[in-house]
Design a protein around this ligand. Structure first.
Ligand SMILES: *Cc1c(COP(=O)(O)O)cnc(C)c1O
Length: 497
């Protein structure tokens, strides 16, 4: 049966999966959600015998119903291949009473690879299915991680180009090096003289420029977005929850039907929403524990029912979670309001105008599956050091936020349900913060690459290929522009004026 998509704001419905992927955001500014959440149609025992790729097919076929089996399998094959440094794609590690689901074995050693490896293939297949002859041009503003993951997903994918804008002085040296060494003739990386918000607003202005859209269409191009509100990023994230549960079942860590709690280090709310979808599909997930850093908007929301972004933006050692507007939360709100688009519009308008909204008591009751916890910067560092001292396992700061949230949850509730902690980045991606947490004194005067070697020696793990490569890679992108020249830069790259 075909599954169609509709907007959380009520202005668009009956949209096929492939159209929703191409479009990204709905016409009315809402997010696409499936008309219903499908149920898993394989037993967990069947799943436990499957590879990551087979699991991906069985989950995605339920959502992307207008893709043929061959199309989907081909997208999956192209995405989850040798770019990952392990055949199992998403391995599990057991440490200190929890299972860590390592989602950092892809090309950029962070979890965004799980979805951004497949999105380009879903998009180009979707374009073909809808007889779109235009080349797809992805525009992205990044504060570091998303840009690199999108670049590496789209690099050399026929029928696409990708342009990434980042704040010239606003990303870490390793993040910048990762981006400016990006290969692929269809890629362009541009530093802008401004901050992340300037880059983001610049990209939004280009997307909203109707005259530009027409001009591009005449030249055979159309813009699209790879950001985390795209349904083509959300659905691939459901896969690893099913996979992790099935593998724990296979290894005897879980017994059939046993509940598994999930802790997710959260920013834009995409990853944890995927876990919630998995639960609604029939996966025996217990509580969903949302872990925040000092930007604890979501923690406050789960406790009070009030979402309030009016607060200082704090820069932390877990930068991918430094977010005050969690855009994917809109999909959850829509469900909590029992699909009342009017309510969703009211709340989103309040957020836009006053920076704040309060959900109703009935909506709050439906939040019962979720708990929110947060970790301060000090607690995050203590968690990294404590875990290393006790077990030798090294956590990145994002995962450490989740590990700390788990400890607080257990202490507060005495809930002994087995627990999966989602590990979203390799410690090698945030080496300085990790090494400072473990041994502050050792770090003085050392460069980032020297620290990487220290981390390797200390943890007895190999430096990932993604890091080794950039140590010596040639810089390929040197474009820097003013915010007001972003449009000109885009046109120049496309060979237009
Ligand atoms: C993006 C990101 C997150 C947050 O994920 P969301 O889906 O936005 O909640 C957490 N950790 C890392 C390392 C990330 O890159």
């Amino acid at each position: 049966m075909e599954l169609l998509y509709k907007s959380t704001r009520g202005g668009q419905a009956g949209v096929s999966a492939s159209r929703a992927i191409l479009q990204g955001l709905a016409c009315d500014g809402g997010l696409f959600v499936p008309e219903r959440i499908p149920s898993l149609d394989r037993s967990l025992e069947e799943f436990s015998a499957m590879s990551y790729q087979e699991t991906a097919y069985e989950v995605m076929k339920l959502f992307f119903t207008d893709f043929t089996e061959e199309e989907l399998r081909s997208c999956i094959r192209s995405a989850y291949d040798e770019k990952f440094d392990t055949d199992v794609i998403a391995p599990l590690a057991k440490a200190d009473k929890a299972y860590y689901l390592e989602l950092f074995h892809g090309a950029t050693i962070a979890f965004k690879d799980m979805a951004l490896s497949i999105l380009p293939h879903l998009m180009t297949t979707a374009a073909r299915k809808n007889q779109i002859g235009n080349e797809i041009v992805i525009l992205t503003a990044t504060s570091g991680d998303t840009g690199k993951a999108a670049l590496s997903g789209f690099a050399d994918v026929p029928g696409t180009k990708i342009i990434v804008f980042y704040p010239k002085d606003g990303v870490s040296p390793i993040q910048e090096k990762q981006m400016v060494t990006q290969k692929g003739d269809n890629t362009l990386v541009v530093g802008i003289r401004g901050n992340f918000d300037d880059a983001q607003s610049g990209v939004k202005a280009i997307f909203a420029d109707k005259a530009l859209e027409q001009k591009l269409a005449q030249a055979g191009f159309q813009f699209s977005s790879a950001n985390s509100i795209n349904i083509g990023r959300l659905v691939p994230q459901i896969v690893y929850y099913v996979y992790a549960y099935a593998k724990l079942l296979e290894s005897g860590e879980l017994s059939a039907g046993e509940k598994l709690n999930v802790v997710v280090p959260t920013g834009n709310f995409g990853n944890i929403l995927a876990a919630y979808y998995a639960k609604q599909m029939g996966l025996p997930v217990g509580r969903l524990i949302c872990a925040s850093n000092e930007n604890r908007v979501l923690y406050d929301f789960f406790r009070t029912g009030v979402y309030d972004r009016n607060r200082p933006f704090i820069l932390t050692t877990s930068p991918s979670m430094d977010i005050l507007i969690s855009s994917n939360l809109e999909r959850l709100l829509y469900q909590l309001a029992e699909e009342d688009a009017g309510k969703d519009v009211e709340l989103m308008n309040a957020l836009a105008e006053k920076g704040e909204y309060r959900i109703t008591e009935a909506m709050k009751e439906r939040l019962a599956d979720f708990s929110g916890y947060y970790a301060t910067e000090e607690e995050t560092a203590e968690t990294i050091a404590g875990m290393y001292d006790d077990t030798g396992y090294v956590l990145d700061p994002h995962t450490a936020v989740a590990a700390c949230a788990f400890r607080k949850y257990r202490a507060e509730t005495a809930d002994e349900t087995k627990t999966l902690i989602v590990s979203t980045a390799s410690p090698y991606k945030f080496t300085r913060s990790v090494m400072e947490a473990v041994d502050e004194q050792k770090c003085g005067g050392l460069t980032d690459f020297e620290l990487i070697d220290e981390l390797s020696a200390m943890s007895g793990t190999e430096v990932p290929k993604a890091i080794e490569e950039i140590r010596t890679a040639a810089v390929r992108h040197t474009t820097v522009c003013e915010v007001c020249d972003m449009k000109k830069t885009v046109l120049g790259f496309l060979g237009m004026k």
